[in-house]
Design a protein around this ligand. Structure first.
Ligand code: MUC
Ligand code: MG
Length: 385
């Protein structure tokens, strides 16, 4: 196989269809880092490194992701055989600690490139191959307004796009947040599964109150109610409540997965390729969960099309995906950078079947939304988070 010739990165700011209100940030656009790795035959692999709300979700931002790839990873890639994905990523890990979003973007691009060369989808390069071609997809209601959320949920339910809803809470007082959630659950009844994500917004005492009230309101799942590092509180909450606790921010790779599993800190894991540090690391998280009898949910960092498909390729190989996925990032942005839109139908996302990730990019949109595009004063620059 020919060697890697170039590594290019780009920050792209994609406006969202509406403000997305989370406990720690309100998003008006999603900033993705696109990495393009080319070999000497001109075959290109693409990957995406994405986080939420600048530095407000974790220690990585779009700017730091780009810098990590440009200044600390690219040199390790040049001249290498892209098929040696594991060896290349191990070399990168030897001199780059953390930076999981950046590592995920690079690993995704390598897998895309190798898949294209071999004529195989990425799913066939990981975890024993694909087991499903469609994935159930949740939608997040996070407009910040109950009536608007109820209208939005009713609309996408009627379109048969989503029948699982995740509500973002943790910003307001606990009882106020639960009242908002209960109103939406009452409006949807048995037609949908309703879950919440607190994004670490509660203290342990608030979480006990919240979980009790949410269980009474018939809510199916509570995601990361307390700090992800507070494993002891997660263990106590999981033991005290029937409503399952799902770990998200607590899981930054296999070692965290082992720690949470061995302390019974969660009944469900949100699996995220970016947070775990790539598809292989996320697969290891899934294996630990399955071995411990922990349920799996295919999570998202609200990636646009490239990262969404990379996640879908991994989720398609998992033996168990009891809680479905939330791979809706491509629908949250007004325009994605894919040449063909992803196919969402009948409450599912179809996993592309072509070689590599199975997608092509829309170069005009990339040019239009790239952050470093020269703009005249009259052209509006997407507002920062
Ligand atoms: C998170 O914390 O899970 C996933 C869906 C969504 O709306 O936000 C993300 C991040
Ligand atoms: Mg979450």
């Amino acid at each position: 196989m020919s060697g890697i010739e170039s590594v290019d990165t780009l920050i792209i700011d994609l406006p969202t269809i509406r403000p997305h209100v989370l406990a720690m940030a309100t998003m008006h656009h999603q900033s993705i880092v696109l990495v393009r790795i080319r070999d000497t035959d001109g075959v290109e692999g693409v990957g995406e490194g994405t986080t939420i709300g600048g530095f407000s979700y974790c220690e990585e931002s779009p700017e730091s992701t780009k810098l990590a790839i440009d200044d600390y990873m690219a040199a390790t890639l040049i001249g290498r055989d892209p098929a040696q994905v594991g060896a290349i990523m191990a070399d990168i890990a030897r001199h780059v600690v953390g930076n999981h979003m950046a590592k995920c973007a690079v690993e995704t691009a390598l897998l895309d490139l190798v898949g294209k060369r071999l004529g195989l989808p990425v799913s066939e390069l990981i975890g024993g191959g694909r087991r499903r071609d469609r994935l159930p997809v949740a939608w997040t209601l996070a407009s910040g307004d109950t009536a608007r959320d109820v209208e939005e949920a009713g609309r996408v339910l009627a379109e048969r796009r989503h029948n699982i809803f995740k509500l973002k809470i943790g910003k307001r007082e606990v009882r106020e947040d639960v009242a908002h959630v209960a109103a939406i659950k009452r409006a949807l009844g048995d037609r949908a599964s309703v879950r919440v994500d607190v994004n670490q917004g509660w203290s342990e005492a608030q979480a006990h109150l919240g979980m009790r009230l949410l269980q009474d309101a018939d809510i199916d799942l509570v995601e990361q109610p307390v700090r992800g590092k507070n494993h002891a509180a997660m263990t106590r909450l999981s033991a005290a409540h029937g409503i399952p606790l799902m770990a998200d921010e607590a899981l930054r790779g296999p070692a965290d997965a082992f720690a949470v599993a061995s302390t019974a800190g969660a009944r469900v894991f949100a699996l995220k390729i970016a947070q775990a540090g790539g598809l292989y690391a996320a697969h290891a998280v899934a294996t630990i969960a399955s071995a411990a009898g922990i349920g799996l949910y295919g999570g998202t960092m609200l990636e646009a099309g490239v990262g969404t498909v990379a996640s879908a390729q991994l989720f398609s190989v998992l033996p168990d995906l009891e809680w479905g996925t939330e791979l809706f990032g491509s629908l949250l942005v007004r325009e994605d950078i894919l040449a063909e839109p992803l196919r969402y139908a009948d409450f599912h996302l179809e996993v592309p079947t072509g070689p590599g990730l199975g997608i092509a990019l829309d170069e005009d949109r990339i040019e239009f939304y790239r952050r470093d595009r020269p703009r005249s004063p009259a052209q509006s620059i997407p507002e920062k988070v």
